[in-house]
Design a protein around this ligand. Structure first.
Ligand code: PBG
Length: 328
């Protein structure tokens, strides 16, 4: 008889034959920084996650370095919002300040420990900075204006690069965004700054808790620019376009409900594939665990391993620090 159970017989054997592993270097921790906060503010819908002050951000990046994480992804929440998101490309805007703080903290932590510093990545989108909460600027009739938004993104990319971002991550799903950002960076001499493209980003109910995390003012939805969750082929088309436009890495987001898209993008991509385990995916497991309905650690590890197994090389997850601790 053929007996596959032989390879499951002991923990040692299972460890030996495991096809997928988690490693801290493959994990990226999203971090929120809010202008004007005097102490870190816990998020009700994301237990264990906070909006950071500029001071506590430095500490969080040091923790990420000590844990050996591959990177941090920064989101900024400005004190002032307006129609064009002017704080997004203000050199002293909160996100650009956060990039400088994170680079310094990463460098200091690496110097102290000899460990590689986490790569500093920045969200490149207008939704945290606009008073209407959309990812772009609006036309007079209230539509999101694709090409006018690209001009804003190019400016944001330059500001982020000047602040020290090693990776910029356009998440607004505007057509042509990767090409415009690449050209702007190259023309300004920032040829070494990478683009992590949110390529197949779906309009998702699983972003719910993120709205609290960034104090979102959005009314309505993002369905004219983010993708319809019914569509698989379109996700591949978006990834192909971003690859053609010069994306250094491509992302599928959310992760857990889009593992088919993730696997197919991984199959055809010749650059690293990233998946974002989003706020709602985090909140669901946390809520079930808090009720005693699910084994928290088991569910967290299984959810992230499943994302890796489906084809993600890199995973953005709010559990990055804790997972790194568990698997050390
Ligand atoms: C937009 C952005 C969003 C998330 C990351 N970048 C929100 C949205 O598209 O509505 C969601 C991340 C999460 O839910 O964890 N800049």
């Amino acid at each position: 008889m053929i007996r596959p159970r032989r390879l499951r017989s002991t923990p040692q054997m299972r460890r030996l034959v495991a096809e997928t592993r988690l490693h801290a270097a493959d994990l990226v921790l999203p971090l929120f920084v809010k202008e004007g906060l005097t102490e870190p503010k816990p998020l009700g819908s994301m237990p264990g996650i906070v909006q950071h002050t500029e001071e506590s951000l430095a500490g969080a990046v040091a923790q990420a370095a000590a844990a050996g994480l591959g990177g941090v992804m920064l989101f900024g929440i400005p004190a002032h919002r307006d129609a064009t998101g002017s704080q997004a490309d203000a050199p002293d805007g909160i996100l650009n300040r956060a990039i400088r703080i994170a680079r310094d903290a990463a460098r200091d932590a690496a110097a102290g420990t000899g460990r590689p510093a986490p790569v500093v990545m920045a969200d490149l989108c207008l939704d945290e900075f606009t008073d209407h909460g959309h990812c772009g600027v609006l036309t007079p009739t209230g539509d999101v204006d694709n090409d006018a938004t690209l001009v804003r993104y190019a400016s944001m990319a330059l500001t982020q690069a000047e602040a020290g971002a090693e990776v910029v991550a356009p998440s607004g799903m505007m057509d042509g965004q990767v090409a415009v950002i690449r050209e702007a960076l190259d023309d300004a001499g920032h040829t070494g700054v990478s683009i992590l493209a949110y390529s197949a980003k779906y309009a998702s109910a699983f972003y719910g808790p993120f709205r609290e995390a960034v104090d979102s003012t959005l009314q309505g939805d993002r369905r004219t620019y983010q993708m319809d969750s019914a569509n698989f082929r379109e996700g591949l088309r978006e990834a192909d376009l971003d690859l053609a436009e010069g994306a250094d890495m491509v992302m599928v987001k959310p992760a857990g409900s889009y593992l088919d898209v993730l696997a197919a993008v991984a199959e055809r991509s010749d650059v690293p594939v990233v998946a974002y385990q989003v706020s709602g995916e985090y909140a669901m497991i946390e809520a079930a665990a808090a009720n005693g309905w699910i084994d928290r650690r088991g569910a967290v590890l299984e959810s992230v391993l499943g994302i890796r197994r489906a084809g993600a090389d890199i995973v953005l997850t709010y559990w990055a620090l804790e997972i790194a601790d568990w698997i050390r």
